[in-house]
Design a protein around this ligand. Structure first.
Ligand code: CUA
Length: 171
């Protein structure tokens, strides 16, 4: 094994030496430095445009399928207002698969808008802040009852800040 590594090292050093020698000898040719620079710059120009084309292509193809563009257009807007200590939802009955945009704000202090399933597993959440309207895109994939809980301690009745959402099966 060691012998093998030794011979391999020799071969690689030989190759490297050959590349060096070839490089040095190429420098002895009578090509002017201006000619070398011209070739280099034209290569660089081509690389630059290839990068631009690749960058634009990759950006478009990877960013276009983002959910934002699709959900913004056809989603149902649900206004959510948080108060000490209750939630006001403009709607609380939805369909499975229906794209929803929860527009969440608060009228006093910071609250946390959290959606939980029947097993109390959290599905989605966003901050409810006074002076801001935060958007949460979500769509339910199973029918049933869901709970809205406050996720930020907001005072003495924080634990009471609950609401229920009913999700109906697909029509
Ligand atoms: Cu609202 Cu805690």
């Amino acid at each position: 094994m060691q012998e093998m590594a030794w011979y391999l090292t020799l071969v690689l050093i030989g190759l490297l030496a050959w590349v060096f020698i070839a490089f040095i000898r190429s420098g002895e040719s009578d090509v002017s430095s201006a000619e070398v620079a011209r070739k280099d710059y034209s290569y660089r120009g081509k690389m630059f445009w290839m990068l631009i084309v690749a960058g634009v292509g990759i950006t478009l193809s990877t960013l276009m399928p983002w959910p934002h563009a699709a959900t913004k257009a056809q989603s149902r807007v649900v206004q959510v207002d948080a108060y000490q200590w209750y939630w006001k939802l403009s709607d609380s009955e939805f369909r499975v698969g229906e794209p929803l945009t929860f527009q969440v704000t608060s009228h006093d202090v910071n609250h946390g808008f959290g959606i939980y399933d029947a097993n109390m597993a959290m599905l989605a959440q966003i901050q409810a802040m006074p002076g801001y309207s935060n958007k949460l895109h979500y769509s339910f994939d199973k029918p049933g009852k869901y709970k809205i809980l406050c996720m930020e301690f907001c005072g003495v009745a924080h634990h009471d800040m609950q609401a229920t959402i009913n999700v109906l099966p697909v029509e």
